[in-house]
Design a protein around this ligand. Structure first.
Ligand SMILES: Nc1ncnc2c1ncn2[C@@H]1O[C@H](COP(=O)(O)OP(=O)(O)OP(=O)(O)O)[C@@H](O)[C@H]1O
Length: 201
């Protein structure tokens, strides 16, 4: 099994934020990163896909071969990993440790299957799990449409996946310490901040 430097991670416990696409995760994180510059960091993911123009190895992704990727899977070196469109993607323990060793709190913005993997990892210290929920399916649909980034087919796919995410969050196997409903943005951001930074935020 890949060695884990638990001390850095334990003193800067990573935060896993999840919730349906369109629930507002990026909106919250952008505000948080802007309000607390340098306090938080995103880990650099591994991928087997080829770099795109302008992408830099080690900065945008750790670009690796399929063999190396599967080796690390075997060694339990990923806190979570998945396959999309024929390519593998994953967050390595090392990438999370690198953030903690810089003195930052690592934020993991991941979907349901990844959350399950993180929660069940045999060696990775338990992070803090936050779930961001839309106020309703109807509002989620409005926001996804309002965002204007997806075609109809993608919106329908996201809405279907949202149901699975919401069901999981309500199930007994869900690891979330807190569920925040993103209705009023100011109120929800205050709650997110309290959970992540503490009551003195
Ligand atoms: N409380 C809110 N009230 C109104 N609109 C909101 C609120 N929170 C977020 N939005 C809007 O909803 C849309 C979806 O938010 P955002 O892109 O942050 O979601 P996300 O969870 O990061 O989605 P993805 O997982 O697809 O990246 C955005 O257009 C955002 O401006």
């Amino acid at each position: 099994m890949a060695p884990t430097n638990t001390s850095a991670i334990s003193s800067h416990r990573p935060i896993v934020i999840s919730g349906p696409s369109g629930s507002g995760k990026s909106t919250m994180l952008k505000r948080l990163f802007d309000e607390y510059p340098g306090k938080f960091g995103f880990s650099v993911s591994h991928t087997t896909r080829s770099p795109r123009a302008g992408e830099e190895n080690g900065r945008d992704y750790n670009f690796v071969s399929k063999g190396d990727f599967l080796d690390l899977v075997e060694k339990k070196g990923f806190v979570e990993h998945a396959q999309f469109g024929g390519n593998h993607y994953g967050t390595s323990i090392k990438a999370v440790e690198d953030i903690a060793e810089k003195g930052q709190v690592c934020i993991l913005d991941i979907e349901m299957e990844g959350v399950k993997q993180v929660a069940n990892h045999p060696a990775f210290p338990k992070p803090r799990f936050l779930f961001l929920s839309p106020p309703s399916k109807e509002v989620l649909e409005q926001r996804l449409r309002g965002r204007g980034t997806d075609k109809e087919e993608a919106i329908l796919k996201r809405l279907k996946q949202a149901e699975a995410e919401m069901d999981f969050a309500k199930s007994p196997e869900a690891p979330h310490e807190k569920i925040i409903v993103n209705d009023d943005l100011e109120k929800a951001y205050k709650e997110v901040k309290e959970f992540i930074v503490g009551a003195d935020a």
